[in-house]
Design a protein around this ligand. Structure first.
Ligand code: NAD
Length: 325
């Protein structure tokens, strides 16, 4: 069994594991066992979201691990996200309570605004998770809500006041929208979760948020890998980072695997990671990505692979809104 995770201290003093596990795209029927096995392997942070549609099963895995005495609730760091259709202030607390109920938990360690995009409300009784399209099927049916980011953030701050959530975070925000939010935030975001890998380094954004005391969590650390399984054309056509000669050479020099090098490249720079593993060997491989150090030269070489290449850009793929521009 691996040793417990290293942690990062957030701007509110809470500790967050440096390496966690992402739950997007894990089939519902596998999530409970997967979470249980990940806890057994030593994972303490799980990154979930309303949009992943598997919070009930993730909660079952957690409950079993607690019941079997593998961990206590306070040993875990459970992250979930507010979906875009629940940005109006009166929607925030009810949906957070539903997500907690699905998980079987009293509180989330971190609750993140998934995207800086407010979509028209969809009743969870009608369709859950609601997804991007208002009618549930037509990719151009993106209906916006009038809720501002400020309205949503203030409602999220109330979740901390009521004890439903310990820390708040942002995801998929750019520098300008963070700057604006910091003008009025009574509770500063503790983390920013962004797509981050050697093809999309975003160093100026990372430097800016770090200076503001906000910790960065990388998602899709393996670049195209997580999108190949979705058959996303430009991910399929992009050379895999696992096969990249620079990454392979560094891996060979340290006796590690390419995925471990990609994760260490991030964590050594203070960026938390949440890789999604599909098998037990992957779970172990990814958790073991901390016990070695890359040289500065190696970090620079890997960062030099940057192509400003983004894979998670849903509204662009649907031909609707260029949200990152
Ligand atoms: P990822 O970069 O973690 O890649 C997953 C792919 O890599 C899978 O195909 C898996 O089989 C493979 N893989 C994992 N470990 C491996 C190993 N050791 N060896 C070989 N192959 C390995 O992809 P991801 O799922 O896009 O991102 C991870 C997590 O980030 C998600 O599960 C989710 O929690 C989060 N995320 C958040 C957002 C957001 O908008 N905030 C968007 C995307 C992902």
């Amino acid at each position: 069994m691996s040793t417990p995770n290293h942690t990062l201290t957030l701007n509110n003093g809470k500790k967050m594991p440096l390496v966690g596990h992402g739950l997007w795209k894990i089939p519902n029927e596998k999530v409970a066992d997967h979470v249980y096995n990940a806890i057994k392997a030593g994972y303490r942070l799980f990154d979930s979201a309303c949009d992943y549609g598997n919070e009930v099963e993730a909660g079952q895995g957690i409950a079993r691990a607690i019941k079997d005495g593998l961990v206590k609730r306070e040993d875990l760091f459970i992250v979930s996200k507010l979906w875009n259709t629940f940005h109006e202030k009166e929607r925030v607390e009810p949906i957070c309570r539903k997500q907690l109920k699905d998980f079987g938990l009293d509180y989330f360690d971190l609750y993140i605004m998934h995207f800086p995009i407010a979509l028209k409300y969809v009743d969870p009784a009608v369709r859950y998770p609601p997804g991007w399209f208002h009618d549930g099927i037509t990719p151009t049916d993106i209906q916006l809500s009038n809720a501002t980011i400020r309205e949503t953030w203030e409602a999220m701050e109330s979740l901390v006041d009521t004890g439903l959530v310990r820390s708040l975070g942002l995801s998929n925000f750019n520098c300008a929208s963070i700057l604006d939010l910091l003008r009025y935030a009574q509770i500063r975001p503790a983390t920013l979760q962004i797509e981050h890998h050697p093809y999309l380094v975003q160093q100026p954004l990372i430097d800016f948020v770090n200076k503001e005391g906000i910790t960065v969590t990388a998602y899709s650390s393996f670049g195209p890998q997580g999108y190949v399984e979705m058959d996303l054309e430009h991910a399929v056509k992009t050379p895999h980072l696992f096969e990249n000669p620079v990454v392979k050479e560094v891996a060979k020099a340290h006796g590690k695997t390419p995925p471990q090098v990609l994760l260490r490249w991030a964590t050594q720079q203070g960026v938390a990671v949440i890789p999604k593993s599909d098998t037990l060997p992957m779970l172990l491989d990814n958790l073991d990505a901390k016990g070695f150090d890359l040289t500065e030269e190696e970090i620079k070489k890997i960062s030099g692979l940057d192509r400003n290449l983004r894979f998670n850009n849903p509204l662009v793929y649907f031909g609707c809104l260029p949200i990152f521009n």
